[in-house]
Design a protein around this ligand. Structure first.
Ligand code: ADP
Length: 194
């Protein structure tokens, strides 16, 4: 059975996590942030060390590793009853981050909408990430060079994912708006439950 899924796509700092968390509090929605899954690994584990190695350089963790880790995570959440695929819509943030990951997930996800959170003004994103570095103590947000690397990686690797899913599924939202207005747009464009 494929998971009914809403994807949140956007550059680092666009607000995927902020919106995903809110949607995840609505009954029958389950939010999963791929970066959080990685950050919850401990540095004592080899997987955790691999994550730090790649993310501190602003790079993506290798695809096979990412997908394997995510599958294990979502299987555990399903087994524990936190995610109920037969009734919940999965709100996925930070995955897929390139076309290869999208193809690997094609047998698992039934994508019903793709929200494209756009912010053409890079300086606004950099400022948001620098604030987050202090608040959340995130290493990958603390260094401007790493931030720039992640923003260009987004343009090169993740943006093509929008074309992969195609215009019928993609809904574009201005991510510069205050969070409440982004949420309003998102809710207005969310497909009606069957
Ligand atoms: P942001 O979108 O702000 O960069 P995330 O918390 O989503 O923050 O991701 C942090 C880091 O985790 C990424 O820079 C990357 O190294 C790693 N990561 C997250 N999701 C993926 C993914 N799908 N594939 C590979 N690496 C990922």
């Amino acid at each position: 059975m494929k998971f009914n899924t809403v994807l949140l796509i956007g550059a680092p700092g666009a607000g995927k996590g902020t919106q995903g968390k809110i949607l995840g509090t609505v009954p029958n929605f389950y939010h999963c942030a791929c970066g959080e899954v990685f950050r919850n690994l401990t540095v004592e584990s080899e997987l955790g060390r691999t994550f730090i190695e790649y993310s501190s350089r602003g790079e993506l963790v290798p695809d096979e590793y990412t997908i394997r880790l995510w599958r294990t995570y979502i299987e555990n959440r399903t087994r524990s009853g936190q995610f109920r695929p037969e009734m919940d819509t999965l709100v996925l943030d930070g995955l897929p981050r390139n076309i290869y990951q999208a193809k690997m997930l094609a047998d698992t996800l039934n994508v019903i909408a793709v929200f494209n959170l756009t912010c053409p003004d890079r300086s606004k994103l950099v400022a948001r990430l620098q604030r987050r570095a202090l608040r959340d103590n995130r290493l990958d947000d603390a260094n401007v060079e790493v931030i720039i690397a992640r923003l260009s990686l987004y343009d090169k690797e993740t943006k093509p994912v929008l074309a992969y899913y195609g215009p019928d599924l993609v809904r574009t939202i201005d991510a510069i708006q205050p969070p409440i207005l982004v949420l309003q747009s998102l809710l207005a464009m969310l497909p009606r439950p069957a």
